[in-house]
Design a protein around this ligand. Structure first.
Ligand SMILES: [Zn+2]
Ligand SMILES: [Zn+2]
Length: 322
């Protein structure tokens, strides 16, 4: 099965966190957190349409300026989703520069501040020298972005301040059965993309496709599409160790194919983890195990473990595989 989303940590686990998600067959990508993004190529950055910020501590938002610099002349808008204060933090960043010569630039930034029950929305547009424009509040039922065939959900967590967790879920995945294709004597080609699009959009069985000069209806082709469960990728960063918070995370990341989870402290520094409102590696392992996650990636380690860089992952995996 060819996955729809390719995802990876941009940095090593001691650098400021950031996960890059590439949407296959589209010139599009998402970012979970805007930590250290200097390792992304200019073309990687150009593809980013949506950014999902857990919170605006400096290690998670420092990449904003580099992204802004790269996107100033881009036509496609940039959307940023984050906790309630993301609008003020973005405004503060933008106010740190002088913008008298950019009215001709196309960039539009839409910012969404997520709280329990509603989302605040503000726009910052180059044509208007990035002055803030407020819109009406939108209600929030857990989904922050829905663009079939996928949706992105957020959950409000605690990190002394509000912090968000995110999950990206594909509605379903369409696999082409090559044997069935061969059996019908049909070649692979561009028509398959149109066919998949039609399946995704639940097109009428009478929809026709022209293949090697012949016409085939959706009904005739139905045997070549195998529908399987879509991918789910979750991202949890700085989050408190209290049990209610942990339970909320387990519920939210349930059955993820991949979970990216912070492991800032190890269990022997549990007290420090509680004090600093971070998870331990062992807790990350427990979350992944109890949630039935298929693949756990731990990240965002305290610099105090630089001398034992494998320790947090070892501890998390031991608990995960228990
Ligand atoms: Zn952090
Ligand atoms: Zn933090």
């Amino acid at each position: 099965m060819k996955p729809t989303f390719h995802h990876r940590l941009v940095n090593n686990s001691f650098e400021d966190p950031c996960v890059y998600v590439r949407v296959l067959r589209e010139k599009r990508a998402f970012l979970f957190d805007l930590g250290f993004i200097s390792r992304l190529s200019p073309s990687d950055i150009q593809k980013v349409t949506d950014v999902f910020e857990t919170h605006t501590h400096i290690d998670h938002f420092i990449g904003f300026d580099i992204m802004l610099r790269a996107l100033l002349r881009r036509e496609t808008p940039l959307k940023i989703f984050g906790p309630a204060n993301i609008i003020e933090c973005t405004e503060g960043k933008l106010k740190g520069y002088t913008w008298n010569l950019i009215q001709e630039y196309p960039l539009r930034i839409e910012v969404f501040g997520i709280e329990e029950g509603f989302i605040r929305h503000a726009g910052f547009y180059a044509e208007n020298c990035f002055r803030r424009k407020d819109y009406e509040k939108i209600s929030f039922d857990g989904i922050v972005l829905k663009e079939p065939p996928f949706e992105i959900k957020a959950v409000c967590l605690k990190h002394q301040i509000p912090s968000l967790g995110f999950s990206l879920k594909e509605d379903f995945h369409i696999n082409i059965d090559k044997a069935a294709l061969g059996g019908m004597g049909l070649p692979v080609g561009q028509w398959l993309s149109e066919f998949k699009k039609a399946v995704r959009e639940n097109a009428s069985v009478k929809t026709e496709f022209k293949i090697s000069g012949k016409r085939y209806s959706m009904k005739e082709l139905e045997g070549i599409a195998k529908i399987t469960r879509g991918q789910k990728i979750s991202y949890i960063s700085d989050s408190s160790m209290d049990e209610a918070n942990i339970k909320k995370i387990i519920d939210f990341v349930k059955d993820s194919d991949t979970l990216y989870c912070e492991a800032y402290f190890i269990e022997k520094d549990r007290e420090r983890a509680v004090e600093r409102h971070h998870l331990t590696a062992k807790t990350a392992g427990r979350i992944a195990r109890e949630a039935g996650v298929k693949n756990l990636v731990v990240m965002h380690f305290s610099p105090k473990y630089r001398e034992f860089p494998d320790e947090p992952e070892k501890e998390a995996m031991m608990e995960y595989n228990r």
